[in-house]
Design a protein around this ligand. Structure first.
Ligand SMILES: CCCCCCCC/C=C\CCCCCCCC(=O)N[C@@H](COP(=O)(O)O)[C@H](O)/C=C/CCCCCCCCCCCCC
Length: 212
């Protein structure tokens, strides 16, 4: 993935590579998709710095596991969950010895992925005059906001207000014409949705959806 310019196509490719034939989620590509998204966020300016910082922190934690001594246990989200649970490496009810477990860290990005899915779908079907700030806020209210305290919700709401308009937003995506953006979004949303659903089902089965 290129280091400087954001490309929606590259993010799409990362999420495509995320799923194995058996519908397991490769952590490496999941993290790579998020790295690409953060590049986009950074290009929107310093107002989004606090969001970027949080996302980068979580990406780095997961990268640490991917590069660490037990990297093979982190090849997929399924393996990670099994390994960390089998070895009591997850704080299940209150924060304790494992505040940066892979399971807990991924859960935060997983919740954000639902926001992304809702936001990209709104963008895809949006009309020329619709405001990205409203689409983004609506997607946030329907998803991630319920996991955030008042102060974070307030700061996020203020940041959304300075999002560029739909046309400028499409340009930063680096895909081409508005029609091309809509077409790539039509491919990206179902993919992101599938990765989200697989992770959601796994976390629900293991009762990991409320990790502190
Ligand atoms: C494809 C192009 C269009 C879309 C591009 C979107 C680019 C978005 C890139 C990154 C999104 C940020 C992901 C944020 C992860 C947040 C994880 C989280 O919930 N963290 C909170 C809880 O963490 P712990 O304290 O429990 O460790 C933390 O409190 C959050 C702090 C920061 C605020 C997060 C607000 C998120 C708002 C949604 C993203 C808006 C980006 C708008 C850009 C279009």
């Amino acid at each position: 993935m290129s280091l400087v310019t954001f490309s929606l196509q590259e993010v799409l490719d990362a999420f495509k590579l995320c799923l194995s034939e058996n519908k397991e989620v490769y952590l490496e590509h999941y993290v790579s998709g998020w790295r690409g998204l953060v590049k986009f966020l950074n290009s929107l300016g310093s107002v989004f710095g606090f969001i970027s910082k949080d996302a980068v922190g979580k990406i780095k934690i997961l990268e640490g596991y991917l590069e660490g001594d037990n990297s093979s246990q982190y090849a997929t989200v399924q393996l990670m969950v099994k390994y960390e649970l089998d070895n009591q490496l997850v704080d299940l009810t209150k924060r304790g010895n494992h505040p940066e477990s892979g399971c807990r860290t991924l859960l935060r990005l997983h919740r954000a992925l639902r926001w992304l899915e809702l936001f990209l779908e709104r963008l895809r079907v949006s009309g020329q005059d619709e405001k990205t700030s409203v689409m983004c806020a609506d997607a946030y209210d329907q998803s991630l906001s319920q996991h955030h305290p008042w102060v974070v919700r307030k700061a996020a709401g203020l940041a959304f207000c300075v999002l560029p308009g739909r046309e400028a937003f499409f340009q930063v995506m680096n895909v081409g014409s508005a029609e091309q953006v809509v077409s790539v979004l039509g491919e990206a949303v179902p993919l992101i949705s599938e990765v989200y659903q697989i992770t959601e089902t796994l976390y629900a089965e293991q009762q990991l959806l409320q990790l502190p």
